[in-house]
Ligand binder design. Structure first.
Ligand SMILES: Nc1ncnc2c1ncn2[C@@H]1O[C@H](COP(=O)(O)OP(=O)(O)O)[C@@H](O)[C@H]1O
Ligand SMILES: *[C@@H]1O[C@H](CO)[C@@H](O)[C@H](O)[C@H]1NC(C)=O
Ligand SMILES: *[C@@H]1O[C@H](CO)[C@@H](O)[C@H](O)[C@H]1NC(C)=O
Ligand SMILES: [Mg+2]
Length: 340
């Protein structure tokens, strides 16, 4: 707030005054040229639009590429799909609508992790940026009135947030647990060419994270493995259809039967594949390294072994996938540390 006030003061007084003096010295045409050269109007919009934290698109692209390549395992479909969607959206001068991404997959496969990588790439303060907003669906509503109030509150603050920064990132976590009425309240913000007082939502990004569809995603991945095909040969297109159908038909609330899907307002349905033991081992090593914990290869194996895997049934492909991805890795590594 203080910073913004200073910016406004600077722009309203200092710049014009400086221009005045300069005009007297050098003639107004030169100053006009100088002003245009500095991108004065873009600059001014930037102050009002809170984009001081928003990085240049080429840096965002570099950061996203590096984070995905170095820290995210086993998501060969999600990585290029998300990166291309975001970079194309940010490079488009006049997008027709906000970018909407639905991330689906079993727990611990990296949905929140990816959301935080996007936040870190887009804004200098990452998840702590005032332009990043997380709405958690995992809250309890006692009655209809409470849902109604929550919905109205949400509309107001999305609008408020968009007024102060058009490049906002909204993350709806566990969206399958939010009532459909709440989800449909978001519709005006993600529709085509919409005009809302003071708020232009078209530059913003909305992400919807859920476990919906994990069953079909897992079954599909399992089918590949059982047919002796690589998990990495599953294509985005075949998965996209499966995931979209299940997002619409499965579970309670959330995106189920929501207008958002009915009216095709989700731009991409992104599947998160179940992780294998190999990926879990990589997560174990990363976490240990990050915490400065030394683990022997035997200890790493032991921790990986302690997690649950599916399918449970015997056969050569029993237990190929981790039931909770890399979710419990941090806890297990910490436990191992204290067992000396
Ligand atoms: N694909 C992955 N690659 C690397 N680490 C991962 C991956 N998936 C999960 N993790 C680790 O597990 C933690 C929990 O994952 P999270 O993103 O919260 O899962 P969810 O898909 O349930 O949102 C992450 O913070 C990260 O440390
Ligand atoms: C983003 O990229 C810039 C420039 O390449 C680099 O200095 C910075 O550390 C990167 N940030 C992250 C979060 O990767
Ligand atoms: C913006 O979003 C935050 C949550 O991230 C909320 O608490 C705040 O009230 C919103 N701001 C406005 C102006 O609505
Ligand atoms: Mg999650």
């Amino acid at each position: 707030m203080k910073l913004c006030t200073i910016c406004i003061l600077l722009m309203c007084f200092v710049f014009p005054v400086a221009s005045e003096i300069l005009s007297i010295i050098a003639g107004s045409s030169l100053v006009a040229g100088l002003g245009a050269g500095l991108g004065y109007f873009g600059w001014q919009k930037c102050f009002f639009d809170c984009c001081s934290e928003f990085k240049p698109v080429y840096v965002i692209e570099q950061n996203l590429t590096t984070l995905f390549a170095e820290q995210l395992y086993g998501q060969h479909i999600a990585v290029p799909a998300i990166k291309n969607a975001i970079i194309n959206h940010l490079k488009t001068k006049e997008p027709r609508k906000a970018l909407t991404l639905a991330l689906h997959g079993i727990t611990g496969t990296g949905k929140n992790y990816v959301a935080s990588m996007i936040a870190r790439s887009m804004f200098t303060k990452g998840m702590r940026s005032r332009n990043v907003h997380v709405i958690n669906g995992n809250r309890h509503f006692y009655d209809e009135k409470e849902i109604h109030d929550f919905k109205n509150g949400l509309i107001h603050w999305i609008q408020g947030n968009l007024t102060s920064c058009s490049h906002s990132l909204f993350i709806f976590d566990e969206v399958d647990k939010l009532p459909s009425q709440v989800i449909d309240a978001i519709k005006p913000f993600i529709d085509h060419n919409i005009k809302i007082t003071n708020a232009d939502p078209r530059h913003s990004i909305f992400m919807f994270l859920s476990n919906t569809g994990s069953e079909v995603i897992s079954q599909h991945a399992l089918k590949y493995v059982q047919q002796g095909k690589a998990r990495e040969s599953i294509s985005f297109i075949e998965m996209q259809e499966i995931v979209e159908a299940s997002a619409y038909n499965q579970g309670e609330g959330g995106l189920k039967n929501s207008e958002i899907i009915g009216k095709h307002l989700i731009d991409y349905f992104i599947p998160f594949l179940p992780l294998t033991r190999t990926h879990v081992l990589l997560c174990i090593r990363d976490y240990a390294k990050q915490e400065g914990i030394y683990l022997t290869p035997e200890q790493e194996e032991k921790i990986a072994e302690g997690l649950t895997y599916f399918p449970r049934t015997s056969g050569s492909h029993a237990g190929v996938f981790s039931s909770s991805g890399c979710k419990h890795v941090a806890n297990r590594v910490n436990l191992e540390k204290f067992q000396f």
